[in-house]
Write a protein of this length. Structure first.
Lengths: 439, 153, 386
């Protein structure tokens, strides 16, 4: 039994590949905890970052600098009365948030946090993720329908129409990236060679293809990779109903959105699912275009010296955060009511510092590399989400649909065709030569 | 469309400009929130807060001569002044002075009408009370002036 | 026209004479109720929709009616001055200016030049403050949540100047009949000059955030078009009228206070849509800054209060006097019967008249545009309902 558990650690496979159920469950629990932690952090981070963009402070009182605010919100939502409309379809009303949450979390099975750090590496990984996130739309429609009120119904229909339209654009961008995995050439403009490489839909395979081709796909076939990445970046914001595409859930519009009739814990499930979906689509973007867990300049700055230098980053990040926390602890106002908060902030800073120092230990340093770079890239995307929300006005619904169908779709097709043509260019050249020779 | 506007549209220059504005304001020095009650706001000298009855600093007697001008100047008739004639000095002396703060609009007409320097609008703005009757301030409260509420939590 | 609130038959039945169920009718009556995040107060709008398109609207007001005009009949002229601020609570100084000037006209006295200059400076500051609040809330309705905070932060400076001058930020009661009540405080001119220097780049920043932003342009161009002849027919005034192309501003057409001595322009728009109204208001803010910088240089010395009797008893008569408030033409019609209390004070609020243009502007637009149009009309319910 113990052997079963420990012999996985020496293998270099994902739990799915190794067939080890124990570790698969451990990984699932870790991912669940990690995503929940990300959602909590995102809640706090959104309120503070948005507040600073709006020249104000955000939550400051609940914990030191509002750090305990997400927990207070969660507690409040759990204790709130669960109201269901009397005419609502009880079963469907109960099931709708479940569908959304389950699909949002299921997509994380194939997300690779490292070379072997995924629960399983399905060979249709990316297809699985897109498919399961499309199932989330079902939850939204059922939520709108089950509320038995025409405001949520219209909101739910609008939201689902928006998500479906932008999924098409997302899909096209994804296909372009997957096409690039089948190139065997090296460098931003290298395509074929003696034969093309093996294309793959598996998430780990896509990152390994980027590693083999020595370039992140966002720079591949410049500017095609960048345009595909741009299309995906816009479509993913629309997919998750975030600003500037958040008309279905905006407060100042008449139709209040599909989650109007939900309160308390059920509403928090929608909220959780939204943030988890944001992390999921950001993971897709990071894996497909930004090199997943690869550190920057894997090829150009290679060698053990550079490896060690880059491996110091995780520890440094935590130490910088700890330093920032201590700086703020010192700057806390000297009011008797804030004594506990100051102490708490200091303890938090100390914990961050200890974690940072731990991450300098050579054994830990190597193992944490992949997860760290992946998380940093996803965190950048989360910040972008908050930044967009703070800056841009909202699109009207018809303009939103026009953007999805009339702008992103043709451009997506164009990028796909161009990538395909260029990718097959050497074979195409052969064929043309053959034809000319024949002619 | 010309070349320059087309390039601006493709490269989303207008959106990037907006993003740069919000990015610039994130610096903590740009925050303009005052964390009340830890930091109290700076009140101007002429601030029209709660009226205050001034007393003679040396003798401690009130400066009010019960002329009733403030009561007649108040648009809402919120001031009630009761006086009695002092048999010794043959002058009116103010006995009771009530002001109903619940409907006071802090317009300052009573301060302008006062013939002595007695009624003055102070800088007191923390006037919350626990009951409706608590909002009818009497002479003692009006003479004591602004009390800075202290928050313990 | 039947009372929409009481009828139980649908518009479909009334219009076509056929009975049907909710599903048969191709119209939906939607109630944008008094409590709504973007109706700028307690305004109830009943929309008749065909899917997403608006077929007609009906505004139901009166939720904020406080009987200000009736109160006026029971107060003396000086006592009524503080009540006037509470109508358009966003731009309280303009209200006070209009009322004081109307009563001064009735009494046939003129405020001294120094008082006039101070009045003009404070009123133009008020215009900037009102337009900043408008910009913040309008952008919030359209979805941009940050300009609100920027405009409020800049507006704080104006409110601080008011606080130092007259003691209150919102309901200022800044002017008296015959002039100003307070002398300017030490450093008033410096404060105002510093403010002008502070706010000029901020207005550029609002423009950087919004004017060329493609999402903003798409949301506001072509939305809520009100042509010039329509605007004049409906009696609309203020920036709404000027954006429709009509060059009419009471500060130039019927100058009051000392506006004749300043050099400024009247910005006008072309199409009369929401984008033009936005541009006109931003340009108006800049012109106000121009007036303020000119005025603060040459404030004359002298008394601040004209010779006004202690008890104001205007002769029997009536007068209508209007000023260019930030929202439009604000008019006061005062009937005096020779006593200390006016016989009738009738206020012509600009928002009330502008609101009547809502129906015309919104027909054929989508539901999301209704919110934008209500925002662009710049209504304040305190004024509409009084």
């Amino acid at each position: 039994m113990l052997e079963y558990i420990t012999n996985y650690l020496n293998s270099n496979l994902t739990p799915g590949q190794a067939g080890n159920i124990f570790w698969a469950v451990v990984y699932i629990l870790l991912i669940f905890a990690g995503v929940s932690a990300a959602v909590i952090l995102m809640n706090w981070g959104e309120r503070k970052a948005l507040a600073h963009m709006q020249v104000r402070l955000g939550p400051m009182r609940v914990g030191p600098h509002g750090l305990l605010q997400p927990f207070a919100d969660a507690l409040k939502l759990l204790l709130k009365e669960d109201i269901a409309p009397s005419e609502a379809d009880k079963m469907v009303f109960w099931v709708a948030p479940l569908i959304v949450v389950v699909t949002a979390f299921t997509t994380f099975i194939v997300v690779p946090f490292g070379q072997t750090h995924a629960v399983t590496d399905m060979n249709i990984g990316i297809l699985f993720m897109l498919g399961v996130s499309s199932l989330g739309v079902l939850g939204i429609v059922t939520a709108g329908w089950a509320s038995n009120s025409h405001f949520p119904l219209m909101g739910g229909l609008r939201s689902s129409a928006q998500m479906v339209s932008y999924e098409i654009a997302m899909g096209l961008a994804v296909i372009s990236a997957v096409l690039m995995t089948s190139f065997s050439g090296v460098g931003p403009f290298g395509v074929g060679g003696e034969g093309t490489g093996s294309g793959t839909l598996s998430m780990i395979g896509i990152v390994q293809a980027q590693q083999a081709q020595h370039v992140w796909f966002v720079f591949k076939l410049f500017p095609l990779g960048l345009i595909a990445f741009g299309i995906f970046a816009i479509a993913m914001v629309a997919e998750t109903n975030r600003a500037p595409f958040d008309l279905p859930e905006a407060e100042s519009e008449l139709v209040a959105g599909f989650h109007t009739e939900y309160s308390g814990f059920r509403w928090s499930l929608f909220f959780l699912a939204e943030y988890a979906a944001m992390v999921a689509v950001s993971s897709i973007a990071v894996t497909l275009w930004l090199g997943g867990w690869l550190r920057p300049f894997t090829y150009w700055l290679s060698g053990s010296g550079w490896d060690t230098a880059f491996s110091l980053f995780p520890g440094l990040t935590f130490l910088v955060l700890a330093g920032f926390t201590f700086f703020n602890t010192v700057r806390m106002p000297k009011h008797p009511a804030l004594k506990i908060q100051t102490v708490g902030l200091g303890v938090f800073g100390a914990i961050l510092g200890v974690v940072g120092l731990l991450l300098f230990v050579p054994g830990v340093r190597e193992r944490i590399q992949d997860i760290y770079w992946f998380s940093i890239k996803v965190a950048v995307f989360m910040y972008l989400y908050i930044w967009y929300r703070g800056t841009f006005p909202r699109y009207r619904f018809d303009q939103l649909m026009k953007l999805g169908w009339k702008v992103l779709l043709p451009v997506g097709f164009g990028v796909l065709i161009a990538t395909g043509l260029i990718g097959l260019s050497d074979q195409l050249l052969e064929w043309v030569k053959g034809v000319m020779h024949w002619a | 469309m010309g070349v320059a506007p087309l390039l601006r549209k493709v490269f989303m220059v207008d959106l990037l400009k907006g993003l740069s504005v919000t990015f610039r304001y994130q610096h903590p020095s740009q925050v303009c929130t005052e964390q009340y009650p830890l930091e109290r706001p700076q009140i101007a000298e002429r601030y029209r807060g709660l009226p205050r009855l001034n007393v003679n600093p040396e003798t401690g007697e009130t400066l009010c001569i019960a002329c009733n001008l403030c009561a007649s100047a108040c648009p809402e008739h919120l001031i009630v002044v009761e006086s009695e004639r002092n048999p010794v000095t043959k002058r009116k002396e103010m006995k009771r002075f009530t002001l109903d703060v619940s409907r006071c609009m802090f317009c300052g007409l009573c301060e302008e009408a006062c013939s002595t320097d007695c009624l003055e609008l102070s800088q007191d703005y923390e006037l919350a009370q626990y009951s409706r009757d608590g909002l009818i301030f009497d002479r003692a409260r009006l003479e004591s002036g602004p009390e800075n509420t202290v928050y313990s939590r | 026209m039947t009372d929409v609130t009481k009828s139980t038959t649908s518009f479909y039945e009334e219009d076509t004479g056929k009975t049907g169920t909710f599903l048969d009718a191709n119209e939906l009556i939607l109630n944008m109720g008094p409590q709504h995040p973007s109706t700028h107060g307690v305004l109830r709008v009943i929309l008749k929709l065909d899917g997403e398109k608006v077929l007609g609207t009906e505004c139901i007001i009166g939720y904020l009616h406080r009987g200000v005009e009736k109160i006026a009949e029971n107060r003396t002229y000086t006592m009524f001055n503080p009540y006037v601020d509470r109508m358009d609570y966003v731009a309280a100084v303009s209200n006070g200016l209009g009322y004081c000037e109307a009563v001064e006209k009735l009494l046939n006295i003129e405020a001294p030049p120094r008082a006039n200059y101070i009045r003009v400076i404070l009123t133009e500051l008020n215009r900037i403050a009102s337009h900043q609040l408008w910009l913040g809330t309008h952008a919030l309705d359209i979805g941009a949540i940050t300009p609100l905070f920027y405009t409020f932060r800049d507006r704080e400076e104006i409110l601080k100047i008011y606080e130092k001058f007259c003691g209150a930020r919102l309901t200022t009661h800044a002017f008296r009949i015959g002039g100003c009540s307070y002398e300017t405080y030490d450093g008033f001119e410096d404060n105002v000059k510093k403010f002008v220097k502070f706010v000029t780049p901020k207005i550029d920043e609002y423009e950087e955030l919004l004017t060329t932003n493609r999402i903003w342009v798409e949301r506001t161009k072509g939305v809520g078009i009100l042509s010039g002849p329509d605007a004049i027919a409906l009696g609309v005034t203020g920036p709404v009228l000027r954006a429709a192309g009509v060059k009419w501003d009471l500060r130039k057409a019927q100058p009051y206070a000392c506006y004749k001595e300043f050099d400024f322009e009247i910005p006008i728009g072309e199409n009369g849509d929401t984008y033009d109204r936005y541009l006109v208001r931003i340009a108006e803010m800049r012109q106000s800054l121009r007036i303020i910088s000119q005025a603060v240089e040459k404030i004359p010395d002298g008394p601040i209060m004209a010779k006004v009797p202690k008890v104001i008893k205007p002769p029997v008569g009536e007068i209508y006097h209007s000023i260019e408030a930030p929202k439009g033409e604000l008019g006061y019609f005062i009937v005096s019967d020779g006593s200390t209390q006016p016989y009738r004070v009738r206020v012509r609020p600009p928002s009330f008249v502008n609101l009547q243009a809502l129906d015309k502007m919104v027909r054929g637009m989508l539901v999301a545009d209704v919110v934008a149009v209500i925002g662009t009309l710049d209504i304040v319910l305190g004024e509409v309902d009084r």
